[in-house]
Design a protein around this ligand. Structure first.
Ligand SMILES: Nc1nc2c(ncn2[C@@H]2O[C@H](COP(=O)(O)OP(=O)(O)OP(=O)(O)O)[C@@H](O)[C@H]2O)c(=O)[nH]1
Ligand SMILES: [Mg+2]
Length: 485
C-alpha cells in the first residue's frame, strides 16, 4: 500500500476533493482521506464546543469554524483552541459542520474527515486551497473509491456499482446498482470462487501425492458443484442483455414516411421543442437523439429522417442513417398519419423493421378527422395507439404500451442483473473454463487438465471481483469516476 502509486502520485498521500455536485447549492461537502486527515483538520477546524478534531466522536457532526490559519502549528500539548487564540492572521473561511471516521471504519478504510460547508463554489475552493496548503493533495477521479477497493472495503463489482448508482438514469437502474453495492453479485462470485478453490486444493493434493486418489463419490460431488456453478453463471449471463438495457436505456427509433409527425412526437415526449417541425416533407435529415424517462422506462429516442425514395443526396444520407438506427434499435415506433390512408411508404417502413424487434404503431394527428380505418390498422398486425402529438392526447396510452414492453424497468424487480460488460465477459470466460473442466472430469480424469481449467475459471472470477486484477485495468475502471468519489 505504501508503495502503491498511480500516475506518479502516492496512494499514501492524504487527499481531498469536493464530493458534492457543481453549481450553487445549500451544502457542499469536502472530503479528506488519509493518514494526516485528522491532524490537518485539527489545524483548520475549530469546534464551537471546544473539542479538538483528534478527540471527535466518529460520525458525529461538530459545528464550528473553518479557518485559514497562517501559522497552522498548534502546540500539541496545549488544549487552547485556535478560535480562542484569536490570531488576527487567521481568516474565517466558513462556519460549517465537520465529521470524522477513523480507519478502518470509513468509506476509504483510512482516517476520513468531511466538512459540510455552504455550497458556494468559492467557499469550497477556498476550503480546498487551505487544505492543500496544509500538505493535502487533490484527489484523482475515483481515488476515494479506489482506496476503498485497495483497502478491502469493497470489491470491484461494488466499486463499479458505486458509479452506476451515481449515474443511474432510472429508478430501476439505481435499484439494481444499489443491489450490487449491497453484494448481490459479489456474493455469487465469492461463493463460486470458494467452491472452486476447494476442488482445486484437492486436485493439487492428488498431483502432489500420487498415492492419493479421488474416489468415485467425491468425483460425482465435484461434478455436481461444477454443474451448479455453470448453471448459476448461465442464469447470470442471461440477465446481461436486460441489464445493459436497464443501464443504458432502450435505443428507440422513431420512424415513418415524411410528415407523419415523428419530430412532433419526439418533442411531445420530451416536453420541449428539440427538433424542427415544419409542414415540408423531408424536414429532418440527420438523426436526433435524446434520453427520456417514459414512466420508469429509460428510452434513448432517435428521431429519424422520413423513409422514402429520394434523389436528394442529403436526404438519401438521412435515410441511410434511419436504416442504421432501425438495425440498432431495441424498440421501433412507427409513426402513421391517421388523417390519411395508408401508403406504400408506410408498409415499406414497417417492412424495414427486423421481425424480432419490439414495435408500436403510433397513429398520429387524432385531432384531425380520422381516415385510417381500424381494419387497415389491424392488417399491419402490430400493437397501435392513437395520439395527437400536437395536443398531447393519447400520450398516456403510448406510455403504458412502452412500460408493458419493458418490465425490467419496473421497480422492485431488479437487484442482481449483470449490467457491466467487463464483468459479463469475465463471467463468460469463467463459465467456458468450468465447462472444459466438466468435460475433462467426465472424459478421463487427468488432474493436470482439470487443474488448468479450474485455475483459469478462478482467475476469471477474480477479475470480476478484483481479487486478481492488473493495476492498469483497475486504474482504467476508476478513471470513469468523478473527482470526489
Ligand atoms: N394536426 C396535427 N398536425 C400535426 C400533428 N403532428 C404533427 N403535425 C404536423 O405535421 C407536420 C409534419 O410534422 P413533423 O413533426 O415535422 O413530421 P416528421 O414526420 O418529423 O416529418 P419529416 O421530418 O419531414 O419526415 C407539421 O406541420 C406538424 O405541425 C398532430 O398531431 N396533429
Ligand atoms: Mg422530422
Amino acid at each position: 500500500m505504501e508503495e502503491e502509486h498511480i500516475g506518479g502520485v502516492f496512494l499514501s498521500d492524504t487527499i481531498a476533493a469536493v464530493a458534492t455536485g457543481g453549481g450553487v447549492s445549500a451544502i457542499g461537502i469536502v472530503r479528506v482521506s488519509g493518514s494526516d486527515a485528522l491532524t490537518v483538520a485539527d489545524n483548520v477546524f475549530c469546534a464551537a464546543c471546544g473539542v479538538r478534531v483528534m478527540d471527535f466522536e466518529c460520525r458525529k457532526m461538530y459545528y464550528g469554524e473553518f479557518r485559514d490559519c497562517q501559522v497552522c502549528q498548534r502546540d500539541g500539548s496545549s488544549d487552547t483552541k485556535v478560535c480562542q487564540e484569536n490570531r488576527p492572521s487567521d481568516t474565517l473561511i466558513d462556519i460549517c459542520l465537520c465529521t470524522i471516521s477513523r480507519a478502518p471504519n470509513s468509506y476509504t478504510g483510512e482516517d476520513t474527515v468531511e466538512f459540510h460547508c455552504h455550497g458556494s463554489s468559492v467557499v469550497l475552493s477556498e476550503v480546498l486551497r487551505v487544505l492543500f496548503k496544509n500538505g493535502v493533495r487533490h484527489a484523482l477521479p475515483g481515488e476515494f473509491t479506489k482506496r476503498a477497493f485497495l483497502n478491502g472495503r469493497m470489491d470491484l463489482v461494488q466499486a463499479e456499482a458505486v458509479i452506476d448508482l451515481i449515474e443511474a438514469e432510472s429508478p430501476a437502474a439505481a435499484q439494481n446498482a444499489a443491489g450490487q453495492l449491497h453484494g448481490a453479485i459479489s456474493l455469487k462470485m465469492d461463493s463460486a470462487y470458494n467452491r472452486l478453490v476447494d476442488i482445486m486444493a484437492h486436485f493439487h493434493a492428488v498431483i502432489d501425492y500420487p498415492d492419493e486418489d479421488i474416489d468415485e463419490f467425491k468425483l460425482q460431488d465435484y461434478l455436481k458443484t461444477l454443474k451448479d456453478i455453470d448453471d448459476e453463471f448461465r442464469r447470470l449471463l442471461e440477465t446481461h442483455d436486460r441489464g445493459k438495457v436497464l443501464r443504458e436505456g432502450v435505443p428507440t427509433a422513431i420512424i415513418g414516411r415524411p410528415n407523419t409527425g415523428k419530430s412532433s412526437l419526439l418533442n411531445a415526449l420530451l416536453g420541449y421543442d428539440r427538433a424542427i417541425v415544419t409542414e415540408v416533407a423531408g424536414t429532418t435529415r440527420d438523426t436526433i437523439e435524446e434520453k427520456i424517462l417514459v414512466g420508469n422506462v429509460l428510452l434513448r429516442l432517435i428521431d429519424t429522417a422520413g423513409l422514402r425514395s429520394t434523389n436528394d443526396s442529403i436526404e438519401k444520407l438521412g435515410v441511410e442513417r434511419t436504416l442504421a438506427a432501425i438495425s440498432g434499435a431495441g424498440l421501433v415506433i412507427l409513426v402513421l398519419d391517421g388523417s390519411e390512408p395508408l401508403k406504400n411508404e408506410d408498409h415499406d417502413a414497417l417492412r424495414s423493421i427486423p421481425p424480432d424487434v419490439p414495435k408500436i404503431a403510433v397513429v398520429n394527428k387524432s385531432d384531425l378527422p380520422a381516415v385510417l380505418t381500424v381494419n387497415e390498422l389491424a392488417e399491419l398486425g402490430i400493437e397501435n395507439c392513437t395520439i395527437s402529438a400536437l395536443s398531447g392526447e393519447g400520450l398516456d396510452s403510448l406510455d403504458e404500451e412502452i412500460q408493458k414492453l419493458f418490465p425490467v424497468f419496473k421497480q422492485n424487480t431488479a437487484c442482481d442483473l449483470l449490467t457491466n460488460t467487463r464483468q459479463a465477459e469475465a463471467v463468460s470466460r469463467a463459465k467456458n473454463s468450468i465447462c472444459s473442466a466438466i468435460t475433462a472430469l467426465t472424459a478421463t480424469i487427468t488432474p493436470d487438465a482439470v487443474l488448468i481449467d479450474l485455475e483459469a475459471a478462478i482467475a476469471a472470477i477474480g477479475e470480476v471481483t478484483g481479487k486478481t486484477m492488473r493495476e492498469d485495468i483497475v486504474s482504467r475502471i476508476f478513471e470513469r469516476f468523478c473527482v470526489g468519489k
